[in-house]
Design a protein around this ligand. Structure first.
Ligand code: AMP
Ligand code: GLY
Length: 424
């Protein structure tokens, strides 16, 4: 079969890498893809938000299955468009993708259905938002409603900081239209985990658990990023917590979506805080997490294609994937300055030494190739990912790989998976 993957980051590199191992796949296209992805797929020069052009391409090339990586095309309605043209595509439709596209929408569903989450309120005007803040206790969690690349959440220790954050979002439009509404939330304490499932609207198939590292510096210091590293499985998701996530969060969520006539097919990514009282929802994403997708694809033993097809066909109850027991760890290498301003075009050295790495793979998030030299071209540049017999062994192996790579201004966290190591 012919498969089209949409996107160009580390997550899409991991999806293409995994799909390229499927005996069912004869040809992979990736739009727009990247130089690194071009080693596994034919690139198509169409941006991931050009959904009409993508549908034309899929129809003309008789693509059998399209897999959407990022959230933006989903919120633009790529799935609705493909389906209206009889094209098979993996991902939720436009309204389903609002679970990620609007935090206010997600919170409304959560609160209406008593799904555990932080108490919150949504505002469109700064005055009422600030009045609400005076009645809450610090720290304050201030969120832009819409898509902000994982950077639209500001945690404020003081009331004045919180008021500034509200002004920045609602008045200063720091996140553009994504900040037409602001969600103000209770601060939750605990350990975070990412829990991704496939759902066909009726059944839920959990993927391996994982943990992201959102802050830019070691020890969870500094601003939030799109994700600085991830590992799977996450020991904080014990069998008991796993069952509670399914029973207290996903089961009522599916009922709530159905009640609203939303047929959700695709990934539901639940960003969780595992608190003393149990798991609570921080956010939903409507697609695979990035970088969580990298270690998860590395741990997936089964072919990915039948899982994607079962999701589309409503047959997730008929399939159970096999996983490698070995944990996998991904360390994201970023440009100095990210998530703020950063430079591009730095030459990356050492990638050739990891070409035939038997225990790992280097996924490219933001690179280009020029006259046989790899250059940085994004904030998140590489996702070095490795598997090992234990978390400790995977950590050792992944940092051995990281040690081979260098560029001027390369930054990465040295404590990825420390929480799991501390749990033994
Ligand atoms: P979100 O995009 O909503 O997941 O938020 C990004 C990050 O901000 C999360 O991964 C948490 O680290 C932090 N965060 C978000 N909401 C809360 C909350 N209610 N309490 C504590 N931390 C939070
Ligand atoms: N790593 C978090 C996300 O994909 O949103």
């Amino acid at each position: 079969m012919k498969v089209l993957v949409i996107g160009s980051g580390g997550r899409e590199h991991a999806l293409v890498w995994k799909i390229s191992q499927s005996p069912r796949v004869a040809k992979i296209y990736c739009a727009p893809g990247s130089a690194a992805i071009s080693e596994l797929a034919q690139l198509v020069a169409i941006g991931s938000e050009q959904i009409k052009e993508l549908a034309d391409f899929a129809a003309n090339e008789k693509i059998d299955l399209t897999v959407v990586g990022p959230e933006l095309p989903l919120t633009l309605g790529i799935v609705d468009l493909f389906e209206s043209r009889g094209l098979r595509i993996f991902g939720p439709n436009k309204i389903g993708a609002q679970l990620e596209g609007s935090k206010a929408f997600a919170k409304e569903i959560l609160h209406q259905n008593n799904i555990p989450t932080a108490a919150s309120s949504t505002f469109t005007d700064a005055m009422s938002a600030k009045q609400y803040i005076t009645r809450q206790r610090a720290p304050y969690v201030i969120k832009a409603d819409g898509l902000a690349g994982g950077k639209g959440v500001i945690i404020c220790q003081s009331r004045s900081e919180a008021e500034c954050a509200v002004d920045e979002i609602l008045v200063g439009k720091a996140f553009g239209e994504a900040g037409d509404k602001v969600v103000i939330e209770e601060f939750l304490e605990g350990e975070e985990a990412s829990f991704m499932v496939l759902t066909d609207g009726e059944h839920v198939l959990p993927l391996a658990s994982s943990q992201d590292h959102k802050r830019v510096f070691d020890g969870d210091e500094g601003p939030n990023t799109g994700g600085m590293g991830a590992y799977s499985p996450a020991p904080v998701v014990t069998p008991e917590i796993h069952e509670r996530i399914l029973g207290e969060i996903l089961a009522p969520l599916l009922v709530a979506l159905k009640k609203r006539n939303i047929r959700y097919r695709g990934v539901i990514y639940v960003g969780l805080m595992i608190t003393k009282e149990g798991p609570k929802v921080l956010e939903f994403n409507a697609r695979f997490g990035d970088p969580e997708c990298q270690p998860i694809m590395m741990r997936l033993k089964s072919d990915l294609i039948p899982l994607l097809e079962a999701t589309i066909d409503g047959k997730l109850n008929e399939i159970s994937p096999q996983w490698y027991d070995e944990p996998a760890v991904c360390v994201v290498l970023t440009a100095d300055g990210y998530p703020g301003a950063y430079e591009k075009g730095k030459e990356i050295r050492g990638l050739d030494k990891l070409k035939n790495w038997s225990n790992g793979f280097v996924f490219h998030a933001g690179t280009i190739k020029q006259s046989n030299r790899w250059l940085t071209s994004g904030g998140r540049v590489l996702g070095v990912t490795a598997r090992g017999e234990s978390i400790a062994a995977a950590v050792k192996e992944v940092y051995r790989g990281v040690g081979e790579i260098a560029w001027d201004g390369m930054h990465y966290r040295k404590d990825i998976a420390q929480r799991a190591l501390r749990k033994g």
